[in-house]
Design a protein around this ligand. Structure first.
Ligand code: GCO
Ligand code: MG
Length: 404
């Protein structure tokens, strides 16, 4: 009876960007926090939670995590999809948080305990040209990063993906209606290998380098890029081509040994079953908030382990510190861990979400507080109301729509 859920509250706040958070409270006063942020579509998940989930939570036993997951997954009838799976994730993570607090144990301990001291993370180095990107890589090396993702502007392409306005961290959803960007595959395929040639020349072989193609190439173009990047030994090439057709990764594989990562837009194991089973990828990026929480992502990671695919969770700023906390506990436990993305949240965001993880020597370390170690200052959150924001779109030079 102590574990009965007596309150469930959806909180939307925008301390620099929008976050959707679910708070669950038990009769004995234990509070659990879950992230439900779906960048650019936040209110769809907030409404799903508010209208269809919260009424079903009141009166349930907070300790029945698996049953609650099955209830919302099977019970919705309309399976999967990013909105449903983000909503389920928020419930699931909040319940794991409560379980940890009830047991007085950090979340990684509930999963099976520590497998490593800290989670290797990668930062984002973005430059308007190759020289600026190389300087940025240098800055992150000085901060102690052991792995760095690098992107640079493409000559002749307005607002290439991943490039911030000078001095500002990259934050894609900056306008109420989608910003229009232009894409040119030939120009990009020309500059990308030159970027990595320069980075190896400037920074040597030891630093791990990553790159995000952001779904913009066809499979054969991706194969060509993967092959041309081989001399620079990337940690991974990400989202080489859209992955609705999982078979298309076979074409890339056939031509190159550059490791492949995909999956930040996936929301269930079914989106990557073939990719994993046929070993068409090396890293799976699907993370807790968008794929049904710890309960589902644990199954996904175990399945991936059977095929020697490792985790490499999405960790852009549009996943809140609550998701980051849960992801880091998962990373601390999961045997087939690869790497964790780490884009900094601003001080303003971190004030709203007090957390106990910290960066040391290239790795993020979780604290030992019970649960996932991230909470929310609700009073402060109330000072930052929702601001409508959407992700950009991309068009080819002839005006036709393309993948952003
Ligand atoms: C990444 C991602 C992000 C996404 C963003 C969309 O690898 O970090 O590609 O930059 O574009 O999360 O909301
Ligand atoms: Mg990405």
């Amino acid at each position: 009876r102590d574990r009965e859920i007596v309150e469930a509250k959806v909180i939307v706040t925008s301390p620099g960007r929008n976050f959707v958070t679910l708070k669950i409270v038990t009769r004995s006063g234990v509070v659990g926090w879950g992230d439900a942020t779906l960048n650019g579509r936040e209110l769809a998940v907030a409404a799903y939670l508010q209208e269809h989930v919260v009424p079903n939570l009141i009166g349930r036993d907070a300790g029945r995590i698996e049953d609650t997951w099955q209830f919302f997954y099977r019970g919705a009838y309309w399976r999967r999809g990013p909105v449903t799976m983000s909503a389920i994730a928020a419930v699931d993570v909040a319940l794991w948080d409560i379980l940890g607090k009830m047991a007085g144990l950090p979340l990684y301990q509930l999963l099976g305990g520590r497998s490593r001291e800290g989670a290797l993370v990668y930062a984002h180095a973005n430059g308007r040209d190759i020289a600026e990107a190389s300087d940025e890589v240098g800055k992150y090396r000085e901060l102690g990063f052991l792995a760095i993702r690098a992107q640079c502007g493409v000559p002749g392409v307005k607002k290439a993906y991943g490039i911030s306005t000078a001095g500002k961290p990259y934050e894609p959803a900056e306008s109420e209606l989608p910003a229009e960007t232009v894409w040119s595959t030939p120009r990009y395929l020309d500059i990308a290998p030159r970027l990595f040639e320069q980075l190896r020349a400037d920074h040597g072989d030891e630093i791990e380098l990553l790159h995000d193609v952001h779904h913009r190439l066809t499979p054969i173009e991706a194969a060509r890029l993967a092959r041309s990047l081989e001399p620079y030994r990337l940690f991974w090439m990400e989202d080489a081509t859209p992955a609705e057709n999982q078979q298309s990764f076979a074409l890339i594989r056939q031509h190159s040994v550059t490791p492949l990562a995909v999956g930040e837009v996936f929301n269930s194991i079914w989106d990557c079953k073939q990719l994993i089973e046929q070993q068409l990828i090396d890293y799976i990026r699907t993370t807790i908030v968008h794929a049904g929480g710890i309960t589902h992502v644990r199954r996904l990671a175990d399945f991936a382990a059977l095929h020697q695919v490792r985790t490499g969770f999405h960790g852009a700023t549009d996943l809140s510190p609550v998701c980051m906390g849960a992801a880091l506990h998962f990373d601390t436990w999961v045997p087939n861990f690869g790497i964790q993305e780490y884009m900094f949240h601003s001080e303003q965001m971190l004030e709203v979400f007090p957390r106990d993880y910290e960066f040391r020597a290239g790795r993020l370390h979780v604290g030992d507080s019970p649960g996932h170690g991230v909470s929310m200052d609700e009073k402060l959150a109330a000072r930052y109301p929702y601001v409508p924001r959407q992700l950009p779109v991309a068009r080819l030079e002839d005006g036709a729509m393309w993948d952003w």
